[in-house]
Write a protein that binds this ligand. Structure first.
Ligand code: IMP
Length: 427
């Protein structure tokens, strides 16, 4: 039995969907522990491509129980649409459960997300899915939880309370007409009726699986640098994607997590605003974007691309307590003559080996690069470590040494079989 937390080590989009899918084939249960439909996971199985935002990618593996944990903010409309599209593709959702404690994203959250973004001095580049405003209500203690959708009277009362806060804000600050209880009530109670069979105390399900000695994967969305505490604040999301968020978001204790695996791209990408020291605004950046199909799954926005930043991943190793790495999208680098890895930052003549908290300092940091030779051959057909070109292995060994964490998995293409296990992870 093992309980694994799987986290993103960069700015999200590290390929967690694929790694979850590959590990889910060996796991019995997958639990999403934070975020919402701001995330986008692409999973390729055979000829089928699945794009999931809310439902854990483990749903594609028959027999794997999938849980949307209490730490997630759930847009029930998106959840119902995702369930329908999975059914249309012949995928069963019989093993899908949603925590009754998970917070619900309401129409006023989506409206406020857009309006607040336009009002900010520094735009964050939010996905405008209502995630941040839903977490605000959670902490303001006026949020509506999934269990409330199944109790019409309570839902009505909570909706009235929320609207008493939201409508004046929408109308007086933002000039928005506001929302009437009637336009929300019927729609959301219908979601409650449809989703009721899967809304439950998921913490008990996770505990029962643990008691039985099953393998459990706790799936984080976004990445370390988007963490509300440890990320590049304020250009962050509103939850804790780091491993520390996995226990409270899934409803277990921190001592019950055995391994923490960090998913890391062989280069770096970022969507939205904020400093990015190794960003490439040249033909190499464009090549990486095209080869890596670096366009947002949720918003379609082109992602900013750059070299591997070992300072950042070293930080992720530390704040997540990583026990291993899964390196993804390595094949994207196949055509490059040389590869650069940022090993430190230079700030006003000083060498920095740690990520600064102050974004004004980070903005001024220039990367100190080590240059390695490219391997210049396709690697997507490799199925074991020894079959990778020497240059590829040298690159992997260099980044593992730089960040201070062993590599357990290497992904050389989007398909399930394009995965090399250096360590079985789940035995
Ligand atoms: P929000 O989570 O929609 O509030 O967006 C806050 C920041 O996190 C923005 O810069 C988004 O682009 C970024 N973000 C949110 N979710 C993801 C994700 O799944 N991948 C990459 N970036 C994300």
């Amino acid at each position: 039995m093992t309980v694994i937390a799987l986290v993103g080590t960069q700015w999200g989009d590290e390929g967690k969907g694929k790694i979850t899918d590959v590990l889910a084939a060996r796991a019995d249960m997958v639990v999403r522990y934070q975020g919402g439909n701001n995330a986008g996971h692409t999973v390729v199985v055979g000829d089928q491509t699945y794009k999931l935002h809310l439902i854990p990618s483990g749903i594609i593996s028959p027999g794997t129980t999938c849980i949307i944990g209490n730490g997630v903010v759930v847009d029930p409309k998106v959840l119902c649409t995702e369930i329908e599209s999975l059914h249309a593709a012949g995928v069963s959702t019989a093993n899908l459960y949603v925590s009754e404690r998970a917070q619900v994203i309401m129409p006023y959250h989506r409206a406020l997300d857009k309006l607040e973004e336009d009002h900010r001095l520094l735009r964050i580049g939010t996905t405008a899915r209502g995630i941040g405003p839903a977490y605000v209500d959670k902490y303001m203690r006026i949020g509506i939880r999934m269990i409330d959708l199944t109790c019409p009277e309570r839902f009505e009362r909570l909706l009235d309370q929320a609207l008493a806060f939201k409508n004046p804000l929408l109308q007086k600050v933002y000039g928005h007409p506001g929302f009437s209880r009637e336009e929300i009530l019927e729609e959301y109670l219908e979601y409650g009726r449809v989703l009721a069979p899967m809304i439950t105390d998921t913490s008990l399900l996770v505990d029962a699986a643990r008691e039985k000695g099953l393998n459990i994967l706790l799936e984080g969305a976004q990445g370390t640098l988007l963490d509300i505490d440890h990320g590049t604040y304020p250009f962050v999301t509103s939850s804790n994607p780091t491993a520390g968020g996995a226990a409270p978001g899934a409803g277990i204790g921190p001592t019950q997590i055995d391994q923490v695996i960090g998913v890391v791209k062989a280069y770096t990408t970022r969507v939205g605003e904020g400093p990015f020291p190794t960003e490439l605004k040249d033909a190499t950046g464009d090549l990486i974007r095209e080869r890596g199909r670096e366009y947002g799954t949720t918003t379609g926005r082109p992602r900013r691309c750059g070299w591997f930043d070992a300072v950042m991943v070293r930080y992720a190793v530390r704040v997540n307590g990583l026990t291993g790495l899964a390196v993804t999208l390595l094949d994207v680098l196949d055509e490059l003559d040389e590869l650069k890895v940022c090993v430190a930052y230079e700030y006003r003549g000083e060498r920095l080996h740690h990520l600064p908290s102050d974004l004004e300092i980070l903005k001024e940091c220039t990367p100190v690069y080590a240059t390695l030779a490219g391997w210049k051959e396709p690697i997507s057909a490799a199925r074991e470590y020894g079959a990778l070109p020497e240059g590829t292995r040298a690159y992997l060994e260099f980044i593992a040494e730089q960040v201070g964490c062993p590599i357990q998995i290497v992904s050389v293409g989007p398909r399930r079989d394009q995965t090399i296990f250096l360590d079985p992870v789940i035995k």
